[in-house]
Design a protein around this ligand. Structure first.
Ligand SMILES: Nc1ncnc2c1ncn2[C@@H]1O[C@H](COP(=O)(O)OP(=O)(O)OP(=O)(O)O)[C@@H](O)[C@H]1O
Length: 320
């Protein structure tokens, strides 16, 4: 990613609402062709940042640049961005084709070109043949595909996605995430994605910005953030983590890094529950007041029973 050119830069940006909430001193560089995800719990400021990029909110201070040009004074329609919202926002009185053609007509693009562009984009989102349908005749996932196609048709320099899949059920969500990744790779477009779902962020992103109360806790690739969480907050927010108090310190250890052994180990306990989750098994071990979660393979779990005394060894720890 290092040799890629800078696409979007947020420089010391602050957005403060009248009630004092908002985000402060945000600095971020996003490179061409990256998917960068703002991840954090409700109210941490993800959408605020996305909306300042899209022009739906004015910044209080600082600057936002795309291709080295400041965009903060431009209205949304003049910015080289397009935004997809959680609630698809398709016009229900228009067909799929009309929904897609609308923005292109405003740009006075010739009819033949519009048809060709729409064909290409419907194919891209696997919706060829749906031109004459109305949004209400489509499933949520299909509507969101059309909303994404509509945004892409405007050929934005940066695509902004605000929790686009959160209204969809789990299976469709996973499918949409995979499709978005494929489309993004095909077009090489730069994407800023907002979600509160850490699994979605891990699966989709080249880099993740973990946010907490209006500030950045950590910016890094999914692997960096998972393997080396910078703070206890990040450790608890991304993936599963056990927190064990040991010698006056908080030791964090992921369930897959806890080995159940008969040899002397870091901590002792009794098997509490054994749950087969598919190809792996979750074993919860009661260690005094604490329950430690371990992921083990099926073979090993078959040798365990609730109540068994076990020793736990921590293979990889993080100390905070
Ligand atoms: N229009 C507004 N006026 C005042 N405060 C606001 C406004 N919009 C958001 N806020 C506040 O700013 C903070 C950040 O909100 P924001 O919507 O950016 O968070 P978020 O991380 O996107 O959350 P969610 O996932 O719930 O949308 C919150 O404390 C929120 O209450």
């Amino acid at each position: 990613m290092a040799e890629r050119s800078l696409k979007l830069e947020i420089r010391d940006m602050t957005k403060r609402y009248d009630n004092g909430d908002g985000v402060e001193h945000i600095n971020l560089k996003i490179y061409e062709g990256e998917i960068v995800t703002m991840l954090g719990p409700s109210g941490c400021g993800k959408s605020t940042i996305l909306r300042t990029i899209g022009g739906f909110l004015d910044v209080t201070d600082g600057d936002i640049l795309i291709d080295n040009e400041s965009i903060v004074k431009l209205p949304p329609e003049k910015r080289p961005t397009a935004m997809v919202f959680q609630s698809y926002n398709l016009w229900t009185h228009m067909t799929v084709y009309e929904n897609l053609a609308f923005g292109l007509k405003l740009r006075k693009i010739p009819k033949d070109q519009i048809r060709a562009d729409i064909d290409k984009h419907l194919k891209l989102v696997s919706m060829s043949g749906f031109e004459k349908k109305y949004p209400t005749q489509l499933s949520g996932g299909q509507q969101q595909r059309i909303a994404i196609a509509r945004s892409l048709l405007l050929k934005p320099s940066v695509l902004l996605l605000d929790e686009p899949f959160s209204a969809l059920d789990a299976k469709i969500r996973q499918q949409m995430r995979e499709e978005l990744k494929k489309i993004q790779a095909e077009l090489g477009i730069t994407v800023v994605f907002v979600t509160h779902d850490q699994e979605e962020a891990m699966a989709l992103s080249h880099r993740i910005v973990v946010m907490n109360k209006g500030k950045f806790e950590q910016v890094g690739t999914p692997t960096e953030i998972y393997d080396n969480p910078a703070t206890k907050y990040v450790a608890s927010f991304i993936g599963e983590m056990n927190f064990v108090e040991k010698d006056g310190k908080t030791v964090a250890v992921r369930p897959e890094d806890v080995a159940i052994t008969s040899e002397p180990a870091d901590i002792q306990g009794c098997v509490r529950t054994i749950m087969v989750l598919g190809h792996y098994v979750e074993v919860n071990v009661q260690c005094g007041d604490l329950v430690v979660k371990c992921f083990v393979d099926r073979d090993q779990s078959e040798r365990l029973n609730p109540g068994d005394p076990v020793n736990l060894k921590f293979l990889k720890t993080h100390i905070f």
